[in-house]
Design a protein around this ligand. Structure first.
Ligand SMILES: Nc1ncnc2c1ncn2[C@@H]1O[C@H](COP(=O)(O)OP(=O)(O)O)[C@@H](O)[C@H]1O
Ligand SMILES: [Mg+2]
Length: 392
């Protein structure tokens, strides 16, 4: 609905050197029944003073004045408030002038010979300004909530890494220590059973009876199971707490890609343009987790024949690219999928001041690109929770 100039009165600031034209304007507005409160100024200082002094709802400015003009008035108005509506009034009919005034931010352009249009022009301009303000406020609120979401994502990632580190440490301290003690006990039990001297191979005692031989083979079976448990515990610790910080991102990615290839039997190669890449802990952890998630997706969905992981370091940013030649998918359907893997990595990139892009199409393979600045991203809300030692 177009608002009328009804109470409370609209506060007009009229930039006009001619007292006569000003009176005419007021008379026209009075006749249209819209209550207004108006003030006239005729130069830069007058206009700035009036804007400083009190509320102004709209500026109506003459095009040419001895010491001022509409374009300068527009600049002063927009400087004061970018949404403040401005109507330019001109005695001169020129399409170029009208277009230039609108480009410079005027809401309307009126010829002095058609001043009867002023009432509706003011009403429309006020409405347009209200919409602009609402749009700007909505955009600011959206930006604010996006930035809160980014901060939250970043915080969650830190908490997640801390939690993984705690679990890895507990596995190391509790289960790891127990497994080591069991290994020790098993070796000494085997020796005791076989009456062996230290250094002698278990099961190589010619004087043992069948009962001892049976116990010996069961001990070996237990020992094998124990080795498997030790290996599983290392693997779990490694997954929970990759040695990104101590061995460096490049070594960690190398390990990740190799173990992916041997686990899945899909040939996977890793390439980088830098062997040594000092990165903030948070960045390195993000890169590693993105590679982990992308490779997990490949083994779950891609049916790929070949996988390539590339880490490319430029002076200001570092980019990770994970591509496969598998079945691909329509990235448009990501909105509708319940998975959080890809969504999480896009958020993660934003949180670090970078970007992530997923390009894929059915039967065309998939490429995930993840790029973050090596410094100068949004400031962390708290320091990265990544530990500096690996509890392995
Ligand atoms: N490399 C890939 N090849 C084929 N499809 C993929 C690949 N990566 C992801 N997808 C598709 O995108 C979807 C969303 O992935 P993601 O966000 O990681 O969630 P989730 O793994 O939990 O399903 C998957 O369900 C799958 O359909
Ligand atoms: Mg996934």
């Amino acid at each position: 609905m177009v608002p009328t100039l009804s109470a409370p009165p609209t506060q007009l600031l009229v930039v006009e050197d001619s007292e006569l034209d000003y009176e005419l304007l007021l008379a026209l507005l009075a006749r249209s029944g819209h209550p207004v409160r108006a003030r006239r100024v005729e130069d830069d200082a007058g206009m700035r003073g009036a804007l400083r002094d009190g509320a102004v709802d709209i500026v109506i400015t003459d095009h040419t004045m001895p010491r001022f003009d509409a374009f300068a008035a527009l600049r002063v108005a927009k400087e004061h408030d970018p949404d403040l509506p401005v109507v330019v009034v001109s005695g001169e009919m020129s399409e170029d002038l009208a277009v230039a005034a609108l480009r410079a931010g005027a809401d309307d352009f009126i010829l002095k010979s058609r001043m009867s249009r002023i009432g509706p022009a003011i009403a429309r301009s006020l409405q347009a300004a209200t919409e602009r303000r609402a749009g700007r406020e909505a955009a600011a609120a959206l930006a604010e909530s996006e930035s809160r979401l980014r901060a939250l994502t970043r915080h969650l990632e830190t908490v997640k890494e801390e939690e993984r580190r705690r679990i890895a440490r507990e596995i190391h301290d509790d289960i790891g220590a127990t497994l080591t003690a069991m290994r020790f006990e098993l070796v000494s039990l085997a020796r005791q059973l076989q009456g062996q001297q230290p250094g002698q191979d278990p099961g190589q005692n010619p004087g043992q009876n069948p009962g001892q031989a049976d116990a010996g083979s069961r001990l070996r079976a237990i020992s094998n199971l124990l080795e498997q448990a030790v290996a599983a515990s290392h693997r779990i610790q490694h997954n929970l707490r990759p040695p990104v910080l101590d061995a460096g991102l490049v070594a960690a990615l190398q390990w990740l890609v190799q173990s992916f290839a041997s686990r899945t039997a899909i040939p996977a190669r890793f390439e980088t343009n830098r062997e040594d890449l000092p990165l903030p802990a948070e960045c390195a952890a993000a890169m590693y987790r993105v590679a982990q998630e992308s490779l997990a997706n490949i083994s779950k969905y891609a049916q790929a024949q070949r996988v390539a992981v590339q880490l490319f370091a430029a002076p200001e940013e570092v980019t990770l690219e994970v591509s496969d030649d598998g079945v691909g998918f329509d990235p448009g359907m990501l909105q509708a999928t319940p998975g959080f893997g890809i969504r999480g990595l896009v958020e993660r990139a934003r949180g670090l001041g970078g970007w992530a892009e997923i390009s894929s199409a059915p039967s065309r393979g998939t490429t995930v690109m993840f790029c973050v600045p090596t410094h100068g991203g949004p400031k962390p809300e708290q320091k990265s929770g990544l530990p500096s030692e690996d509890p392995k």
